[in-house]
Design a protein around this ligand. Sequence first.
Ligand code: NAD
Length: 521
Amino acid sequence: MKSAEPHLAQVPGPTAGDSALPLTGHFIAGRECAGNGGSQDVFDPALGAPASRVAMADSATVSEAVSAASSAFPGWAATPPARRARIMFRFRELLEQHADEICRIISSEHGKVLGDAAGELQRGVEVVEYACGIAELLKGEHSREAGPGIDSWSEMQPLGVVAGITPFNFPAMVPMWMYPLAICCGNAFVLKPSERDPGASLYIARLLRQAGLPDGVFNVVNGGREAVEALLDDARVQAVSFVGSTPVAESIYRRTTAAGKRVQALGGAKNHAVILPDADLAASADALMGAAYGSCGQRCMAISVAVCVGEETGDQLAGLLRRRIAALRVGPGSDNQNDMGPLVSRDSLERVLGYIEQGVGQGAELAVDGRGLIVPGYENGFFIGACLFDRVKPQMSIYRDEIFGPVLCLLRVDSLAEAIELVNSHEYGNGAALFTRDGEAARRFSSEAQIGMVGINVALPVPVASQSFGGWKRSLFGDLHAYGPDATRFYTRRKTMTQRWLPRKPGDSAGPKFSFPSGGA
Ligand code: NAD
């Protein structure tokens, strides 16, 4: 991969008032600006100190971004899909060329290890590649001779201005679940990324412009709740894609549907891995390590519960995990030798520590205690080591709630039926995995699990770009999933035309008909 071109890496942004720290501003109509809503700190989680500031949009700034998108929409909607795709091809090349710089920004603001940031970017690029086929994806359906001299067809028309609101944990990938397909469908887009790691979105906005995207088709407003509510309440915004925690997803879903808008709101998760006695336990333990502790457990598809069928399976797996955790390297994300970086913020660290206290208080066995970890040179960083709770019970808060940290809960049950019952009783339904060599058990699990994304001997069953991503139950509010085939449905509305051209002379009409028209008539 080539390194960043200086003119892109060092574009001077607006300054943050009196602060000496650089400011990540907004990107509206192709220009960067600070807006009037003030700014707040963005931390380097490894150092535990502010490293930059982010502008916080007020409602006037949001309105400006929506105006820019509204003005750009008609021209963009009239641009042939093949031309839109050509811009995406160029954008894809720029992402590849600037991957190192994007990963550096992600790692410095989120804390994840550079290699993990590269993995997230790659999954986002795959959605861009899928969007490059937009001419094929938008092809409508045609019925010739639907009636005498009548042809009928449907086409997918863009919605107008659509908004995306995204979480901190995948600052490049989750926005890329949204805007490449929304834009390729002919919409104009306003992105509101997480205020905790806004840098990647602004950098990528510059790349889209460099790829030739007309100004106003892609805009970024930074900020928090005020910016989100201004976006939701703006009558010009036709549809909203949200990814974040369940309470916010649910409230956004309710507010947006009450306003008559289209919405997909993806929420939190508690993903179970069920381990049967016949599984390759060493391979299962390896898979669980990455799925539970990668990105410090801050993934919506992270495995946070291991359900072992049989006491012996539980004892063996706990031993294998303990040995692997002892070898885990925890440190700053900028060092690719590390397996796990810090948590994103002090608040997150305190939340995770609070849950560990609760688990101990409620009687779970803290088999590995990652608290009190000090990383030399990074003493103020938001670090915590991997934690493993054994003999967890379903009524405990560490089992019921999404902790969003490096905490794996191990439960023991007597049968596959009991494991499926456990999975299905949980309020979340994002992902689940089964580890086994038994095809019949695998088939039963994949059919009976009340879960949106199921893995068989795959711990993180994140769908590829040509499938769609989404959970069930309280992990998704709305009907359509993210990216893949569902995205072209979400970001367009169908129009169906019926047209008659009969060779007719004047006076040929058979006169009015009052029965309901049907195909043969
Ligand atoms: P969050 O809900 O705190 O924030 C998500 C977005 O909503 C951010 O842009 C934030 O600024 C905004 N926001 C926060 N509070 C708001 C409020 N009260 N009103 C309006 N907007 C608000 O989530 P987070 O902590 O950034 O991300 C972690 C969560 O996201 C976890 O629960 C994780 O499971 C979930 N997540 C889910 C998926 C999925 O695909 N289901 C993917 C990634 C993350």
